[in-house]
Design a protein around this ligand. Sequence first.
Ligand code: SAM
Length: 221
Amino acid sequence: MLYFIATPIGNLGDISLRALETLRVVDSVASEDTRKTGHLLKHFEISKPQIAFHEHNEEKAGRRIIGLLQAGQSVAVVSEAGTPGISDPGYSLVQRAIEANIPFTMIPGPTALVMALVLSGLPAHAFTFRGFPPRKQGKRQRFLAVDAESPHTLIFYESPYRLVGFLEDALTVYGDRPAAVANELTKLYESVERGTLSELLAHYQANEPRGEYVVVIGGKT
Ligand code: SAM
């Protein structure tokens, strides 16, 4: 059996009982970041062989994992943080498992986009998650323009180094919409800034971004 297991996005207390039970019984753990997963397993006193499974070896490691499953073993897939397959490796293995007729399930848990959406105060009944935008301005503006007419709340992941550039482009493409920027969710310095895009841009121009960010932007009204 193949298990996709969500792990904490910061606070280790967010691991679920089923995640721990499953990690204890599987034969091996396919990890995006074996060092980080090693810490997680150690913290919960679990000792398990790990298989590196990341964006640079996804195909080869994916074939190996399918081989183990076909030989009757059980494998848990965890990403560096949060839910595998959400801006993290996982999708290609789901496809392989379907093709090979291998049963798989997921142990659900944290994912930054859902927490940011709920805390944003923006409509949560319909939303579009776009993951990481391109790094360069021109590409990024074209990427943002795809949803310019959408009434759905828009959600993006962004690095601290590109947050200001992203907010500038979002303001250019969408105009001065309501938005929220969630930072360091579940961690000691968790914060959510709410305002219009121009207010948020001014805030992060004055206060250097640090840590992990999710940007939530209101849809077209
Ligand atoms: N698989 C993860 C999930 O389910 O959310 C996402 C992995 S992606 C490589 C990492 C990005 O997710 C970060 O750059 C940030 O945009 C967002 N993120 C992850 N953890 C976060 C946190 N604690 N606070 C804010 N954003 C976070």
